[in-house]
Write a protein that binds this ligand. Structure first.
Ligand code: FMN
Length: 326
């Protein structure tokens, strides 16, 4: 048992989820030896290219963990191949009323209904300007109005390697998501040559959600998008949330993620990279997604349950699996 499982997780889980997140952020602001704590191996066999960006490994930090982008430097130092900050909107948002995160330790899951609290694009641009770039970094954006989304992107674009469009937050009302995605990608493509990824909602085979996710991915591709992130949290009813609903993440998503990746790769073709996200905890989970056609993966909930040694365990396991394949 590692130190996080023995002590760290017990401490964090004794606090309510948002307090424990604030504690994690305070710790990330300290000059601790993050590289040693993360324990990621730097193995040339893990290097990959994501829409032209070289990553030292294919393990990304998913959007939502660092909504203000204040700790992308420490998170990069932990050993992630790349980090995604945000979701950021043009104007500051307080998000939904509390409670808006709950844990389900038996399933290694979380439910959240954060509602995208963030300090707004101008504040985030200032934070990014003074934060060291220790790994390639993206910012996630999600404004409902096109002009706001373009404004957000223009403010953060000089400080990032790519933009991820959150076309799938269960907590933001994007009506007509696929036409909005298409318009937004087209508008941003005219303004930047940096990679534009679109994050789609999760789906199961053969239902309406699948058609919706596929139409967003196709619209993104046709409008000049650079890649797809597959996928966001699964919308569920949850009476613990102030809103009565939220997005489920972690363990319950593990089995479905490689299936979704394979379907999206199949639909959009081999030219656009797909990033797998949802319930990835182990190198085997990551391997199944890469084997399904993903170019990289992203994690969030596993970081809460497994702690900061996650980049270490994932990179060690993936490096070993690459060696046995060759
Ligand atoms: C508390 C919390 C907040 C999140 N906030 C965002 C967000 O702001 N933007 C976004 O695109 N995804 C957000 N997500 C979704 C994650 O980025 C990820 O897509 C999802 O949790 C599935 O991956 P996981 O099972 O590894 O956590 C959030 C997830 C959680 C648990």
């Amino acid at each position: 048992m590692g130190w996080y499982e023995a002590v760290g997780r017990r401490l964090f889980f004794s606090l309510d989820p948002e307090r424990s997140h604030r504690l994690a952020q305070r710790l990330l602001g300290l000059p601790l030896p993050w590289g040693r704590i993360g324990g990621a191996v730097d193995d040339p066999a893990l290097r990959t290219s994501l829409a032209g960006i070289t990553l030292r490994n294919p393990i990304g930090l998913a959007a939502g963990f660092d909504k203000t982008c204040a700790h992308l430097d420490a998170l990069g130092s932990l050993g992630f191949g790349y980090v995604v900050g945000g979701t950021v909107t043009r104007a500051p948002r307080r998000g939904n009323l509390h409670p808006r995160i709950a844990r389900d330790p038996a399933r290694r899951a979380l439910v959240n209904a954060m509602g995208m609290p963030n300090p707004g694009a101008e504040a985030v641009a200032r934070i990014l300007a003074r934060t060291a770039r220790t790994a390639p970094r993206f910012v996630s954006i999600a404004d409902e109005a096109l002009a706001d989304a373009v404004g957000t992107a223009e403010l953060v674009e000089p400080f990032v390697d790519g933009i991820e469009i959150n076309a799938s937050s269960p907590n933001a009302g994007w009506e007509h998501a696929s036409s909005h995605t298409g318009e937004l990608v087209r508008a941003l493509r005219a303004r930047t040559s940096k990679p534009l990824f679109v994050k789609i909602p999760p789906f199961t085979a053969g239902d309406d959600d699948r058609a919706q996710a596929v139409s967003i991915a196709t619209a993104a591709r046709d409008a000049g998008g650079s890649g797809i992130v597959c996928a966001n949290t699964l919308p569920v009813a949850d009476p613990r949330m102030s809103t009565g609903r939220g997005g489920l993440s972690g363990g319950p998503l593990t089995a479905g993620t490689p299936r979704m990746v394979a379907e999206i790769v199949d639909v959009i073709g081999p030219d656009l990279p797909v990033v797998a996200c949802g319930g990835i905890f182990t190198a085997d989970d990551a391997r199944r997604c890469l084997d399904a056609g993903a170019v990289a993966i992203q994690v969030y909930t596993a970081l809460i349950y497994e702690g900061p040694g996650l980049p270490g365990s994932l990179t060690r396991g993936l490096a070993a699996s690459v060696r046995t394949m060759h």
